[in-house]
Every structure is written in structure tokens, then in C-alpha cells.
Design a protein around this ligand. Sequence first.
Ligand code: FES
Length: 255
Amino acid sequence: MIRQERMQVVDQKQIARHIFELTVQGGLTSEMTAPGQFVHVRVADSYEPLLRRPISVAAIDPELQQFTMIYRAEGRGTSLLSQKKPGDTLDVLGPLGNGFPVEQAEKKAYLIGGGIGVPPLYELAKQLNANGIQTVHILGFESKQAVFYEEKFKELGETHIATVDGSHGTQGFVTHILNELPKDFDTYFSCGPTPMLEAVQWAFPEKRGFLSYEQRMGCGIGACFACVCRTTKSETDYIKVCSDGPVFPAGVVIA
Ligand code: FES
């Protein structure tokens, strides 16, 4: 069930260039049902900016009733959010959307992420491993300074990093790594910029895949139509990324 709650900030730190990791505590955590769901955070208590920001959830700790978000501080809103400190409170609406169907993986899964699409894959990797699924992580970033969570992913399975400028890992995009890896997995899960999602689904037309879209959002709850996309079903069939997704089976969304 979606809740609006004033959550306690437990921790906040910068983990890469412009990238922040923020952990909060509160009962809303118990409503989270799947990795890949997101929350809508009011970035400041002042009147402005009033808009909430959609932020993805990187890790959930049901016992401590805490979850961790990772976001890029680039505009005024998220820069204000990056100033929150332990002990502060945060107005959070969530959990929103439908996450990754963890139960669809059989034995081995590829998790493919780009930039700020990487965080939801971490909780996904944890849950898949807990279910006995072997995970291979293929993660793309702009440069070495933008890389985060490499060690954490390595603890869960084989991990490959690509950077656009070649300053860390393989030079290029995640697709360069995918071309070199065996196709011995049954399911792939991907989150990142739309061109990357397109490239990934074209690379594996015969595989079962699930893609999480990073669409521009307004309300986050299916009311404003800011995130509407066409589907492959017909010219008049539309979905809302925020409430019907953000995760869809490969081959459904025309983004
Ligand atoms: Fe408002 Fe999706 S963001 S309908």
C-alpha cells in the first residue's frame, strides 16, 4: 500500500561524483514488495521546490525498517536533498510502481545497469542470490569517478564494469561487454537510459527480459500523464511508466 510518511534520516554520504547514498528509517519500509519500486521524496520543507523527486531504492532492510536510496544531485531539488543529515526527517511517498519479478529467474540471471539505473539492481541481486539464483552484473558508467557499489556487487557475483571514457574497466558501453560474455543465462533484468535498454533487448531477442524505464515523471502515482508511453500492442495502446511500471517485460514499451 502507498503511504506518505515522515521518515528519519539515518545516514547520508557521497559515494561517487554527484552521487549520494541516503538511508531512512520508518514503517513505510514494510510496504515494499519488490526490488525496482521507487519512492517520491519531497526534497525540502520550504515552500519551494514543492515538487517531489522520484528516487530509486537500492537496498531494503525489513528488520531495521530501513531502506537506502541512491540518487544523482544535479538540479536544485536534489542538491537540497543532499544536505539532509542524520536526525533530520524526510517526507516520503511510496513505495510506488511495480518492481522486478524476482520469481521469473530460474538459475542464472544477467543484471545490466547504466548510471543511476544501477541502484535498483543491487537489491534485486541480493534477493535473487537469496533465492539461489546466480547473478552476473554488467554495469556502465561515464567514468571512474562516477562508479559506485562495484565491491558490493562483487560480493554477490561476477561483476563487469564499462566506462565511456575507458578510465575504469572496459572502454565503451555495457553492450561491448555483453558481446563477449556467454549467453548461458535464462533471464535478464535491466535498468538505465532508454538507448541502453533498447540495445539490451535487441541483443537478446530470444531471452526472457525485464526492463525498468527512467521516464520523466510528475505525480508518480498515475494521475498526471507525464510519463505516458506507447506500447507495441497497437497505435492507441498506452501505459504509464510510474504506475504500470517502471518495470515491463522486454518488447512491450515504445519509449
Ligand atoms: Fe504522473 Fe506517471 S508521473 S502519471
